[in-house]
Write a protein that binds this ligand. Structure first.
Ligand code: GLN
Length: 385
């Protein structure tokens, strides 16, 4: 086995979901909504399956979907992408893998920001890259110029930016984005921006893509996900957008990964991006209500909850909640004794993990959240002892 994979276990998301399936625990671990997602988009996919071609679509994606992605970003984020600058992928993770395969030459250094999504590091290493780790300040999750400067080395070519960030539930401020852009321009870096949470932002905030910052249009790969936008995570339809010299390389890598993505899903996502802006806004309002429900319920039971400005996740601070367990031990006891699956935030670190935070997914129905709150409340007295 390749040493990168030999050193790894199974991803924490699959591990926790498998345990929840086996034990019947309430699954607030892996991030997926328990609703039916955007029904008109599901219907469009079902319809396309019987009325349209089921043969290979064009490698870079259906022209209609590439056009719809470009139009979506023009409308929501004032970007001026052409359809030729969009490549459809089988989920955002494939877009990340293709970007790394295309843009990393052996020995290139890549800045990764901790806490980091667990796929980044092995994919960077498998592409021959050397990870340089920067860190967000736990709790405030601010990205400082000093942390970036410290992480950068002489061979640094790439930085991976997850904004809004999983698991932090934080968004980069205008100032942080401006600083990050200036840093990329000064160092001549390409930014691979995992922006799958771009619509899932709360409290009236708006997402600003790094690609829109000065000097970034030609040096950014912007990655998005229909699974997150339409609450259909199993579809694995995503895309990557970049200026022509970069996108040509991305296409070469993509052609030998998945080559293309199920055409009916592409038709449906194109239709959704064109017609479902209202549904997207309503679904985000629903996730915000769910966030408030879980946050309020846990806080009332004595848990210290960190603010969540975006994503489907919030984190509980064990230490501040008076619980003297680390995150792994807590998650173990939570699933065994309380029947609730969660994700230890240390799984998002390659080095010097933060061990007092536990991530919970709130994209669930009210009764599911209420039951989880009740179980966690009942279990808390055993944990604080
Ligand atoms: N993005 C999801 C999460 O953070 C996990 C996706 C996966 O399991 N591949 O929970």
């Amino acid at each position: 086995m390749n040493p990168v994979y030999a050193a790894l276990g199974t991803t924490i998301f699959e591990t926790m979901s498998a345990r929840a399936r086996a034990s019947g625990a309430i699954n607030l671990g892996q991030g997926f909504p328990d609703g039916e997602g955007c029904v008109p988009v599901v219907r469009a996919a079902a319809d396309a399956l019987v009325t349209r071609s089921n043969q290979y679509p064009p490698m870079a994606g259906l022209a209609e979907l590439r056009q719809a992605v470009a139009a979506h970003y023009a409308r929501h984020q004032q970007l001026d992408l052409s359809p030729e600058e969009v490549i459809v992928t089988s989920g955002a993770t494939e877009a990340i893998a293709a970007s790394f395969a295309a843009l990393i030459a052996p020995g290139d250094e890549v800045i990764l920001i901790q806490p980091l999504y667990d796929a980044y590091l092995p994919l960077v290493q498998r592409a021959g890259g050397v990870a340089r780790l920067a860190r967000l300040e736990p709790g405030s999750w601010r990205l400082t110029r000093a942390a970036l400067e410290e992480a950068a080395g002489p061979c640094t070519r790439l930085i991976v930016v997850n904004n809004p960030a999983n698991p932090a539930g934080a968004m980069l401020s205008r100032e942080e984005l401006a600083d990050l852009a200036a840093f990329c321009v000064e160092r001549d870096l390409i930014a691979v921006c995992d922006e799958v949470w771009e619509h899932v932002v709360y409290d009236g905030a708006r997402h600003t893509p790094l690609m829109a910052m000065p000097g970034m249009r030609e040096r950014t790969v912007k990655i998005g996900s229909a699974g997150k936008i339409f609450a259909l995570t199993g579809w694995k339809v995503g895309w990557m957008c970049a200026a022509p010299p970069i996108v040509a390389g991305l296409a070469r890598a993509h052609q030998f990964l998945t080559f293309s993505t199920a055409p009916n899903l592409q038709w449906a996502v194109a239709a959704g991006l064109e017609m479902q802006d209202d549904w997207i806004a309503e679904s985000v309002a629903g996730f915000q209500r769910a966030r408030n429900r879980l946050e309020g319920g846990l806080a009332a039971g004595g848990y210290h909850v960190l603010p969540s400005a975006a994503t489907w996740f919030l984190s509980v601070d064990l230490k501040a909640s008076g619980i003297a367990l680390d995150d792994m031990a807590f998650c173990e006891r939570l699933i065994e004794e309380a029947g609730v699956a969660a994700i230890p935030v240390s799984a998002f670190y390659a080095q010097a993990p933060v061990t007092n935070l536990v991530r919970l997914c709130f994209a669930k129905a009210d009764d599911v959240l209420d039951a989880a709150i009740e179980r966690m409340d009942a279990a808390r007295s055993a944990f604080v002892r």
